[in-house]
Design a protein around this ligand. Sequence first.
Ligand SMILES: C[S@@+](CC[C@H](N)C(=O)[O-])C[C@H]1O[C@@H](n2cnc3c(N)ncnc32)[C@H](O)[C@@H]1O
Length: 201
Amino acid sequence: MITSRHFYVKSHAVTTPEIHMNDLPGSAGRLDVVARCINAAFWRSYGIREDVVFHTILHGPPEPPVYIRLEGTRLRKVSPDERNIAIFIRKALERMRQGKEVESTPGIFVSRTHFGQLLKEYRDRDLYMLDEEGEPFEHVRMGEKPFFFLGDNMDLEEEEKELLEEYGATPISLGSASYLSSHCITVLNWLMDRINNGNIF
Ligand SMILES: C[S@@+](CC[C@H](N)C(=O)[O-])C[C@H]1O[C@@H](n2cnc3c(N)ncnc32)[C@H](O)[C@@H]1O
């Protein structure tokens, strides 16, 4: 039984609250990608998946990194459209404080945590790195506490992949075709729903 699901998506989005809501794919540094990944991680047709935690680190200008975490058990008032999700990210950037983590709105946390710290904190989970050239997913036994790591419109950097390997992450592939990160998350959620319903592929 998979008890909770964590997803991390690296982002190159901007780290300023000066975000133009009509230009998420442009001047906001592909913030639309993160918003779609958040949509794919949490929303089913009726309501939110409470067993999901979504992590991202924004690496864009002017002052990276900014770490944002969304926890399904506590999320309130966020709706699934990209624009609304982006508004909550903007609020997180507005309310960020140096030196400590802040809950900017219910269920959304923001801080300066960097990738190495994140891995250290979650090293006890079952770590998987999404990679077209990894092990075919059907050969990999899914742990009860999976944490999946994905790139955004660009792949994870080599150093990030090496760090994940040091922490024992398993590279898994959904096939040789390269899919959008948000679509990978949808497939992973579907696979885990199947596993939890007793339908092992
Ligand atoms: C849009 S892809 C990355 C872009 C693409 N590799 C490139 O630079 O041309 C986004 C992320 O989704 C994940 N991904 C995409 N297709 C995948 C697949 N077939 N198997 C596993 N992960 C995949 C990887 O983590 C990848 O970094």
